[in-house]
Design a protein around this ligand. Structure first.
Ligand code: 4UW
Length: 532
């Protein structure tokens, strides 16, 4: 069976991301602010942005970057991110965006796996970027520091060369545009292969439902390096000719003062920001009445919390659901979806089709009749549409486990659907943990814990803290005679991993529950945790 998006199909232009976003820009839009640096106030208008994108593409081509080469971009949100990101795509190269929180080891793994030829970074992140580049053999001349640093070229240097964008040709339907990294349903982070068509499709699928246009001012605090910020801010925001105000990191006071000062109309957030918006006393000190919509995604939004934000800010609150492998948006409550419950992620985006499949039987659940007030039984959410990735880079096995022969992507999330077609995520089948919306792959932490001489076995799952936020918890089996405290375990991990991957809870157990084939039974650990 399967059920379809309630919306009519939209046209998906057969264009590159650059042609789709900027090919038909109207003259009157050229002078509009595209990206505004939230710290300095410096404005990059659409005309300048397009000039810089072409300048970056030209500079890349002059350095021998060819169609299909991979270029890494490692930066927090600054206006230059837009010029470089779209410059890489404009040159026909593939952008692999790297989490700005990553340590040198994590950066190095992504550079190696993606075979990146160059890396763009910023001076505060240069030590770890440089260490990673050195380790994988990327020469200093191919480490570009956007804001400049001794011994490296800057974005300004590249643009001063004035090289024209190369004349490239590729098929947007099959040519890769970006390679974000995601651990998917199991294991370590893998390169998610997304084509120009995937990215063009996802903007086309969501644009009619978001209600955002050129009068909107978007606070760009969600990182552009993550697929949520990339598609919703850097692609959709620019497509509708909105203005993006960049913030390199979340700081509540700056968030509120920029919202007031720049008259932000649309806020895109992850649930931890909703907690602050609902509860923090600072919020009352600012006039943020310009905000007409707060859009949350990347992790489950508690319904009461979402309603508290709506009430306090006198604004609409919406929830969406997405996944790197889906470019990323597959479900959202539309701007005009006042009748949809905030406990849900709304309905399937245009041109897409869903199944909910009982993991125990492999059979689809029964869907409630249209308009009824019934809900389905829970099952794994499967999704088919033009936004579904091509596969994981150099990993056919993981691709086969995730994408079936009918083109459905198995999300690893457990969902239910109601009679209106609204889908709610109720549990997770896959191992992934989300900490503040960032991915934490347990497999990585488990193998790190096993390197400790006093640890015999370990398993890591996500548990909820007092605020209802998911945090990584390690279940550790000690070697006989070992004397290790919870703090010792947490310190051991925190010294070696990027900050968002720290283990934040520890329990000592006698044995890690495993299946006959040796797979960790996370379900059992989760059930024991809940019963606690
Ligand atoms: N409820 C429960 C949710 C939800 C959720 C995500 O890091 P990734 O690969 O990707 C993302 C993308 C999120 C996103 C993008 C665009 C958008 O509009 C939107 O809504 C506003 C959200 O996070 O992690 C994917 C995994 O994150 C969980 C879920 O487990 C999914 O497989 N997740 N959104 N609303 N869980």
């Amino acid at each position: 069976m399967s059920f379809k998006s309630p919306f009519p199909d939209v046209e998906i232009p057969n264009k590159s991301v650059y042609d789709f976003l900027f090919g038909d820009i109207a003259d009157e839009d050229l002078a509009r602010p595209a990206l505004v640096d939230g710290s300095s106030g410096a404005v990059t208008d659409y005309k300048t942005l397009i000039g810089q994108i072409n300048g970056v593409a030209g500079a890349l081509a002059a350095r021998g970057v060819e169609v299909g080469d991979v270029v890494a971009l490692h930066s927090p949100n600054v206006p230059a991110f837009g010029s470089v990101f779209h410059g890489i795509l404009r040159a026909g190269a593939i952008a692999t965006t790297i989490n700005a929180l990553y340590n040198a080891e994590d950066i190095g793994k992504q550079l190696t796996d993606s075979k990146a030829k160059m890396i763009f970074t910023v001076s505060p992140l240069l030590p770890q970027a440089k260490a990673a580049a050195d380790a994988v053999g990327i020469a200093a001349e191919n480490v570009i520091v956007l804001d400049g640093a001794e011994g490296h070229q800057s974005l300004k240097d590249l643009l001063t060369e004035g090289a024209a964008a190369p004349d490239v040709s590729f098929d947007p339907a099959t040519h890769l545009a970006v390679l974000p990294y995601s651990s998917g349903t199991t294991g370590r982070p893998k390169g998610v292969m997304l084509t120009h068509r995937n990215l063009v499709a996802n903007v086309s699928q969501i644009q009619p439902r978001m209600g955002a246009d050129h009068d909107d001012v978007l606070l760009a605090v969600l990182p552009f390096f993550h697929i949520y910020g990339m598609t919703v801010l850097l692609n959709l925001g620019l497509k509708v000719r909105a203005s993006l105000i960049t913030m390199p990191r979340f700081d509540l006071e700056q968030f509120l003062s920029l919202t007031t000062e720049k008259k932000i109309t649309y806020l895109f957030i992850a649930p931890p920001v909703a907690v602050a918006l609902a509860k923090h006393p600072l919020v009352d000190k600012y006039d943020i009445s310009s905000v007409r919509c707060v859009f949350s995604g990347a992790a489950a939004l508690d319904e009461n919390l979402g309603n508290a934000v709506a009430k306090r800010l006198h604004t609409k609150v919406r929830q969406g659901y997405g996944m790197s492998e889906l470019s990323p948006v597959s479900h959202s409550i539309p701007f005009d979806g006042d009748d949809m419950p905030l406990s849900s992620c709304g309905v399937a985006v245009a041109n897409s089709e869903n199944k909910i499949v009982d993991p125990a039987t492999g059979e689809e659940v029964e869907y409630p009749e249209a308009g009824s007030d019934q809900v389905s039984a829970p099952g794994e959410l499967w999704i088919k549409g033009p936004n579904v990735m091509v596969g994981y880079l150099n990993n056919d096995e993981a691709t086969k486990e995730t994408l079936d022969s009918d083109g459905f992507l198995h999300t690893g999330d457990i969902a239910i659907v109601d009679g209106q077609g609204c889908v709610s995520i109720v549990d997770r089948l896959k191992e992934l943990i989300k900490y503040k919306g960032y991915q934490v792959p347990p497999a990585e932490l488990e193998s790190l814990l096993l390197t400790h001489p006093q640890i015999a076995d370990a398993a890591v799952i996500g548990v909820l803290d007092d605020e209802g936020e998911e945090v990584p918890k390690a279940f550790v089996v000690l070697q006989q005679g070992a004397e290790l405290s919870e703090d010792d375990v947490m310190t051991f991990v925190s010294e070696k991993v990027s900050p968002h991957k720290k283990v934040r809870r520890v329990a000592f157990i006698d044995v890690v529950p495993k299946s006959a084939s040796g797979k960790i039974l996370r379900k059992d650990l989760r059930a024991a945790e809940k019963a606690h």
